[in-house]
Write a protein that binds this ligand. Sequence first.
Ligand code: ACM
Length: 263
Amino acid sequence: MRVGYFQFDPVFGEVKRNLDVVSERLAHVECDLLVLPELFNTGYQFVSREEAVSLGEDIPGGATTARLLELAAARRMHVVAGLAERVGNAVYNSAALIGPSGLIGVYRKTHLFAEETLWFTPGDTGFPVYDIGPARIGLMICFDWFYPESARTLALKGADIIAHPSNLVLPHCPDAMVTRCLENRVFAVTCNRIGSEERAGKKRLTYIGNSEVVNPAGNILRRAAGNQVDLSVVEIDPSEAREKRITPFNDLLAARRPEHYSS
Ligand code: ACM
């Protein structure tokens, strides 16, 4: 199975430009699962709730989902992409999983980061896992990495690969995902963005790049630079994520002792 990421520098509010960049760069890609950044179509640094409402889209029904549906069908691939999702008066920081035959599912970010809490409604989907044939795909978004429960929940629900659209500004996530993969014996594809945003006098946000594919043994199969556009695809065997025995005596998930954990 070929999995990958497209790390690039979305421009705030320029949805058509951002969609064009993605369509053009991915026009010839050979991939089974391609992950795009969090809020890849709009940019990240919102300055008001009204802005989030006006840039939010229906999933499906909005222009961004329509373009992703075209791309997934043309390349016969699955895409996971982060975008603001408008539902009535609410706006979620969401990720859509789209396959060659249509929309498969939507995840709404559970753990909102910093000012996102001002613009977005906390997600209500839980952490979903979708069987796409060659693998079961679990979804989480960026700051969800800070809560090990996110990846653990996806592993308990049977995810082989965690698709992780991100807009990382803190330094530790790429290394932390090594532990998330090791402790859950899953693959992860983290797709971050690059560049910076400094809107309406707000503090500059610099995105750290370093998108990566990590395997269940905690090896980094590919990691992007911190400041370069990068389309990377890696061949993996998703069945490696189904072997949960660490030693003949330690079956990772079966040997959990939840009676000793606090919730
Ligand atoms: C983040 O969750 N975008 C840091």
